[in-house]
Design a protein around this ligand. Sequence first.
Ligand code: PCA
Length: 321
Amino acid sequence: MKAAFIAAAAMAVAATAAQAESWDLPTAYPATNFHVENLSEFGACVADRSGGALTINIHPNGALFAGNDIKRAVQTGQASIGERLLSAHENENKLFGVDAIPFLATSFDDSDRLWEAAQEPLTAALDGQNLVLLYAVPWPAQGLFTKKDINSAADLRGLKFRAYNTATSRIAELAGMVPVQIESPELAQALATGVADSFISSGATGVDSKVWEQLTHFYDVQAWIPRNSVLVNKGAYEGLPDEARTALNDCGAEAQTRGSERARVLAGEYLQTLADNGMTVQPPSDQLRADLQGFGETMTEEWIAAAGDDGQAIIDAYRGN
Ligand code: PCA
């Protein structure tokens, strides 16, 4: 009796060990970034709710895979899960850039509505690439970092502009700047070595990269609100035991809510930190805003033309047409 009980217990332990999965989760951002802190809480939630059947190991700072390689790594199963800015892959599918169209959705509420309108076609497009879209969290609104006064788009001409996706490269082109694609972990060094002298991003990234060491001005343009998406390899997702998949889904939904709330709270705090460190934090002049909005109109038209019926349907649903 006793021996049978011990044997059964040993088998149960062996079964748990056999089923326990450990996933690596690469992200391009530092451990102190609010997205990554949120990922850590997500990981703890999954370990807890799955009863240890699924563990998630976060690899910050592009250390396991560089930002631009994360999506492909998850598609091919080199990593089972990863966090990535989908708009950096707009060249693969126009829909991936829906959250980076300047001045289309500039408040958190509008950006949530735009994301909801895009949810179905985005999920389908990612499914076609062997990916499950688990959740997504917004960055704070995007503003302009420079080291001189900028009063109009004409003042941007010739700047060496750090781009992080297709849309930021296009803005550089439209403004006569020189775009250079740089992932977040290399931003501070690019500014320090003069490879770039300006960029558009959130206060969060300005703080992550301590940009006040190189730059002086932040214009709170609130041009768009991009998202980080947490993507899962489809085979890995489908191969999970039911309980672990439920834990992943539930913890993902909670992480989306928690991260979105934090983005709203932290947006102002990051700008305060930039100011506390000596940067001039100010709204754009009317002329600069109008010039940038002009680029936004051009880019909205270009995006719709390239994204086809799916793209038009998203914009129509978002605008309530
Ligand atoms: N920070 C990221 C993308 C958007 C943002 O606010 C970056 O600059 O790389």
